[in-house]
Design a protein around this ligand. Sequence first.
Ligand SMILES: [Zn+2]
Length: 429
Amino acid sequence: MTPYEILLSIAVPRPNGSEACERTAAFIADRMVELTPGVTVQEFFLRPYMPAMVGLFMLVAAVACVLLVLRRRPWIALLIALLIPAVYLLEFEVNVPVVSRIAGRTGTNIIADFLPSGPIEEYITFSAHYDSKTELLDHQQRKPVHNFAPVAMVCLIVASVLGIVAGARERRSFRGRHPRLSASRSSRSRLYSPRARHSGADARAVIRARRIAVLLGIVGVAGLFMLTFVFAGGLFMPIEKQSPGARDDGSAVALLLSMADKLARGSAASGGPALEHTAVRLVFFGGEEVNMQGSTAYASSEIAKAGGFNKGIVVNCELLGGDEPYAYWESSGTFLSKFPSSEKAIELYQSALSSLGLAPAVAAGSIFDDSGPMLAAGFQAVTVGNSDPERPDSYHNAGDGVGNVRPERLNEFERVLFAMASALDGRGR
Ligand SMILES: [Zn+2]
């Protein structure tokens, strides 16, 4: 089967948590088991609705924060306002499930090893993710929402602090005018707070501070509402409007499946490489579209180290099979933790392209994908694909169909990846 023929059978919406996603994983695992004895199905704790649940938590917390400021409970409001970025960072940056634990299930990575005829001297891993995602807004539309999220979080913190300041000022001005009453808490709470009791500059300052606090609080809620909309909106799309994930990342999965066929048959006659010293590993990740949960689990696992594959090069494949030039991404990760791609891996990719008479790959900037957790764990990884950095396409929508994949381009990509393995094998000799 050609990569394109395989793609036709898997290019249906496969969001995490769906039956289609699990069916795809089972299909891949079954195929690998037929082709090699070296198959491992790695199970990990998958939180399929993680971004949506984090978004929902932040939105509810933001509303609670504003209500508490209005109800003159600014210290509790501040605590909640600080909880929002803390939960966000724990979930997205540290991968610690705080609110997304609910509705968790077992996710799987499928790992298939193909060993050479001789003693192993080199290792190369090709990876791709089999899950897909649908979003309401495209890449460009999402950007301002994501950029505004930290501002919204700060607004809520400042709103709470203003509430605290206003409260303190109010109490001070009250004590100034009612020195004896202020000694008793019960009488104070009875008398304090009606605006009429305050007069002059102090009262005006308190009112102004509260107004600003509420305004900032509303800005914070609005910002986090937009973020939740971005995180969760796609879950409510009807199936026909969901992304079939053809180029993100179905084409790469199909290509790896086709490569497995050729690696299993082992000889150059099958169109695959005749590797003598190079072990090839194919990794099919789950949970990529929900913050790289599969690759995070893999990167820290014993399976990654088993057989020495953690010392070898990792070529992660994304957005394969389009008309755009061959590309590689220079780094992977979030703005808080971004990891540069492996120079050695890029060099191997470029030399494979040139050995086939193809133009050098273009640098496509930064990406936030499965190569991130692997680079963070010290792997020599790079993400490759077809992409035009001048005109980045939008994925995660119904437009990502098989019509955007050119079969001959996928076949060519297969030759490039095999050329990388062969070049490595040549060095081992
Ligand atoms: Zn992807």
